[in-house]
Design a protein around this ligand. Structure first.
Ligand code: FAD
Length: 463
């Protein structure tokens, strides 16, 4: 088994920054990521794509090159294509690379697995031709593919970014159908002070909106009654906006209403979580250094609460400083001196977040969808099924597995977990916190028998 000072899962901004800070402090670092290149969601494939598509993806994308470059540090071992599917409370990891299972352990573990797009189950969302806006961006970053005749639907700044990136490719979206309303903007106004302190985000948002306006892309706001129509594939989107019914013929529908922490690993090792009413999702419990309820395990970045890429980078560095201090590679004075500057930067990065969260809330009808809508895509369980289980006495998401297999497919509940919590909470008139979440068990990613048997052979070959 590979042994290291610090094992990190996730080579996004949080994981990359943590790896470099820890390596500079003298620690050996093992950085695992299932992607074939470092970068995470925001800087996905940046080393390869910055030259060819940097002008389309923007400066906020190409600035990730510096973080990737830092991974060349001699004390960092970056394993690409490494999908971690089991984590122990003692910082032992099992992962697969090219069909072979391997094991490693760290004196400390940092989980930097980022965010997932919040599922947006609206009628018709399982039709071919419907995907998330983030998935469309992955196609663009990784393969240079742009979706044609697309409509972006939902809420949040990522919709504007994806729209602007599509415009720059010459394949602009047909329209943006937004679910946030004027009253959301009014309620966000009480956080205007924070937004002004985080003025860079406001400026970026306004610049994106100006780009969208110049390209003549129609925007519809306060959209309700959203449904996707099509015979065997998505062919149109129907919705109501400003009191008028609209129908737009299209070939692709890109859904997005925010991102939520990816808590699969933190759940699988039984770390404490709490419900965040503002971001409407579960968040792992951490202290100011990212230390979790198990003292050798840390979480940094969007996986510990949504803050964006720069905040993730800073949080990764803060965790690494504390870990270096834990392992005797740095004294508290040096840690606090270095952390001071980082904490000030973090406060400024997070200043605009409450405004953004209020101005772009999730689309409420997609949190507790209509009965006929499929919510667990892997096992084809509908919202109506979950309500029926509640009437039969089902009180928590974990029991829905026994009632009807919700959350037991290949995604292991990543895309239905929050919807099941919301549906049960509403049906049983409990809070989301009381209702809880799925109990996540390893393997958290699909793993083949071949991979497992390769692991057994490695074990028996040991002296
Ligand atoms: C689809 C999507 C697109 C986004 N695009 C943008 C954007 O363009 N601009 C922007 O400002 N923000 C974007 N965001 C928000 C963005 O994710 C961040 O704020 C930022 O990337 C968070 O950094 P992070 O290091 O916490 O996590 P991430 O950058 O998400 O990195 C997490 C890494 O963990 C790896 N990982 C996860 N689970 C495992 C596992 N079990 N085994 C091995 N590796 C694993 C992933 O492959 C990933 O590389 C996007 C979010 C999503 C979900």
């Amino acid at each position: 088994m590979l042994e290291t000072d610090l094992a990190i899962i996730g080579a996004g901004p949080a994981g990359m920054a943590a790896a470099y800070t820890a390596a500079q402090s003298g620690l050996s670092v093992l950085l695992l990521d299932e992607q074939s290149r470092a970068g995470g969601q925001i800087y996905r494939d940046v080393e390869r794509a910055a030259n060819t598509r940097g002008h389309i993806l923007g400066k906020d994308y190409t600035c990730g090159l510096a973080l990737v470059e830092n991974l060349k540090h001699e004390r960092i071992t970056h394993v690409t294509g490494a999908a971690v599917w089991q984590v122990g409370q003692d910082c032992e990891l099992t992962y697969s690379v090219a069909g072979k299972a391997c094991q490693a352990s760290g004196k400390r573990l940092l989980i930097a697995t980022g965010a997932l797009e919040r599922p947006m189950p609206v009628p018709g969302w399982t039709l071919p031709g419907v995907m998330t806006a983030g998935a469309a961006q992955i196609l663009l970053k990784q393969s240079g593919i742009v979706c044609e005749r697309a409509v972006l639907v939902g809420s949040g700044p990522l919709l504007y970014l994806v729209a602007a990136q599509m415009i720059r490719t010459g394949t602009a979206p047909l329209a943006i159908v937004e679910t946030q309303s004027f009253s959301d903007m009014i309620s966000a106004m009480r956080h205007l002070g924070g937004a002004l302190r985080g003025w860079r985000y406001l400026t970026k948002g306004l610049a994106l909106l100006a780009e969208i306006r110049r390209a003549g892309i129609p925007r519809f706001t306060a959209a309700t009654s959203i449904s996707i129509e099509g015979d065997g594939k998505a062919q149109a989107i129907r919705f109501t906006s400003a009191g008028r019914e609209n129908r737009i013929d299209c070939a692709t529908i890109l859904l997005h209403h925010g991102v939520v922490p990816n808590t699969q690993i933190s759940r699988s090792i039984g770390l404490d979580h709490h419900w965040d009413p503002d971001q409407r999702c579960f968040v792992p419990q951490t202290d100011g250094w990212g230390r979790t309820s198990l003292s050798a395990i840390f979480i940094a970045g969007d996986g510990g609460g949504i803050g964006g890429a720069k905040a993730a980078e800073i949080a990764g560095s803060l965790s690494a400083l504390e870990i270096a201090c834990d392992l005797g590679a740095m004294d508290k004075g040096e840690r606090d001196h270095k952390a001071g500057r980082l904490r000030r930067a973090l406060t400024s990065e997070l200043a605009a977040r409450p405004f953004i969260d209020r101005a772009y809330p999730p689309f409420v009808p997609a949190l507790t969808p209509k009965d006929a809508t499929i919510i667990c895509r892997c096992e084809e369980v509908t919202a109506g099924d979950i309500r029926r289980y509640a009437k039969l006495g089902c009180i928590g998401p974990n029991q829905t597995k026994a009632f009807g297999r919700a959350g037991m497919g290949p995604c292991q509940g990543r895309y239905c977990g929050l919807t099941v919590t919301e549906l049960l909470a509403e049906a049983n008139q409990k809070t989301q916190e009381e209702t809880g979440y799925y109990r996540i068990r390893p393997p958290i990613k699909p793993v083949s028998l071949g991979e497992l048997s390769a692991l057994a052979k490695t074990e028996s070959a040991k002296p």
